[in-house]
Write a protein that binds this ligand. Structure first.
Ligand code: GLU
Length: 441
């Protein structure tokens, strides 16, 4: 059965880049009727924070990306220790004692000689006595996985056929000197034991994948299908890494971005299918295919989320936005006509308040000198209430007959006098909502 996972480290808020990974894994699982696991990669006790775990869950719930199971790496440390023992027994795991400065020096020397900066495996030549002495002097060493020096190959769901020479990669450190288990092995153990069949993650993980394939094979597991999506850039192709801090999902939520707008964009951006606003999750799932994504960096412009949000809101019935309409201050009896008027004229739900204030308080009238008499005449012709959708038509017809004005010179001065603006909602739907006028009617 298809099983996927989204595996964030709870060291910060999740942003649009993480969302892309989460969504792709989610959609693959749902499309196949499989299982979607939320895995919290919290093996780093210093950087992992409970508040971020909560925030990740909230953000996922806001988007409707419901998980079938949650797993936490911090609760599975014994499993990782067991796997480490297995690798040790197999002779695929060795302790190394170089300090970061020594490693740095080695790298520089290699680069100077035009060689790739790959760990030279000096630790493999240490005798037991030498290791003992180093341990006494420096404390426990790190544990590295001994790669088989052969080509590592896989067919990537996005990048196509990949072939990496293991000799060009350093033996990965899987356990730190202080005993902390690192992601590279924890992830392999989890993916294997949890039956993960498909892994989609960012292309910054391609080298990890190569080493993880060998670890999975050493531990006797089955490799999942891998797909590595490109990284997001800003609209001009600039690196987004520094700005991702401001593209946290919670910031977007606060700016009024609607989940469906965000999901619709992310499910297609960087693929050969066009971005289309989807009305619900079922449509997103139906229209998703991970193999349609390209390897090139993907341009992301936060501004694209607003027209999609506006379009999504336009499609919603009052029932879906009733809370927001009430929060804007609209009395329940006016909610229906207010929403019918406002939904065509907002970008986010945050704009509702402004339209309600216009309805409730009226606007500073905008009246040109040459229109003063006309407006006075029009006001005198305002019909008796109650007002409805017909009132604007009846009224402007009467004003037209009385003043001889028509077209723009008839409608525009009335609009400006009533709303203080040259553009805005349909006057026929707005007029019955203008409380000052209603009071007269
Ligand atoms: N915790 C890792 C990350 O956030 C997970 C990578 C993976 O999906 O394997 O980069």
């Amino acid at each position: 059965m298809t099983t996927t996972r989204f595996a964030p480290s709870p060291t910060g808020y999740i942003h649009v880049g993480n969302l892309r990974t989460a969504l792709m894994n989610y959609l693959i699982a749902r499309k196949a009727g499989g299982t979607f696991i939320l895995r919290i990669d919290d093996t780093d006790p210093e950087r992992s924070k409970e508040e971020y775990v909560d925030a990740i869950k909230q953000d996922m719930e806001w988007l409707g990306l419901h998980w079938d199971r949650i797993e936490r790496q911090s609760e599975r440390l014994d499993r990782y220790a067991e796997a480490a023992d297995k690798l040790r027994e197999m002779g695929r795991f060795y302790e190394a004692f170089e300090t970061p400065t020594e490693l740095d020096l080695k790298r520089k020397k290699q680069l100077n000689m035009g060689k790739p900066p790959v760990y030279d495996r000096a630790a493999l030549n240490l005798s037991d006595a030498e290791k003992e002495a180093l341990r006494a002097e420096r404390g426990n060493g790190v544990w590295r996985f001994k790669l088989d020096h052969e080509r590592i190959e896989w067919n990537d769901g996005i990048l196509g056929d990949i072939s990496i020479d293991a000799a060009s990669v350093s033996d990965p450190v899987l356990i730190r000197g202080d005993g902390q288990v690192l992601y590279t092995i924890a992830s392999v153990v989890d993916d294997t034991e949890m039956g993960v069949t498909d892994v989609v993650r960012g292309s910054d993980h391609v080298t990890n994948t190569a080493t993880q394939i060998q670890i999975i094979e050493a531990l006797g597991g089955t490799c999942p299908r891998f797909a590595h999506h490109s990284l997001l850039t800003g609209p001009q192709g600039e690196a987004l890494s520094k700005r991702l801090g401001t593209l946290a999902l919670r910031d977007l939520r606060e700016q009024g971005v609607q989940p469906m707008a965000l999901l619709s964009l992310m499910a297609r951006l960087g693929s050969s299918d066009p971005v289309e606003l989807r009305s619900d999750m079922a449509e997103l799932i139906e229209g998703f295919d991970v193999n349609r994504f390209g390897a090139a960096p993907t341009k992301f412009d936060v501004q694209d989320l607003f027209p999609l949000t506006a379009k999504h809101l336009q499609s919603l019935p009052l029932a879906d936005v009733a809370d927001a309409v009430a929060e804007a201050g609209v009395p329940a009896e006016l909610a229906e006509p207010f929403w019918a008027m406002a939904r065509e004229n907002i970008t986010t739900l945050g704009d509702l308040k402004g339209w309600w204030e216009l309805c409730r308080d009226g606007a500073e009238p905008l009246i040109a000198d040459e229109d003063r008499d006309f407006i006075a005449e029009a006001v005198a012709l305002l019909p008796e209430g109650p007002f409805d959708g017909e009132t604007w038509g009846t009224w402007t017809k009467a004003v037209k007959e009385a003043t001889g004005r028509k077209g723009k010179s008839l409608f525009m001065p009335l609009r400006k006098a009533l709303t203080g603006m040259e553009r805005g909602p349909e006057m026929a739907t707005l007029l019955p909502l203008l409380q000052v006028i209603r009071a007269r009617g």
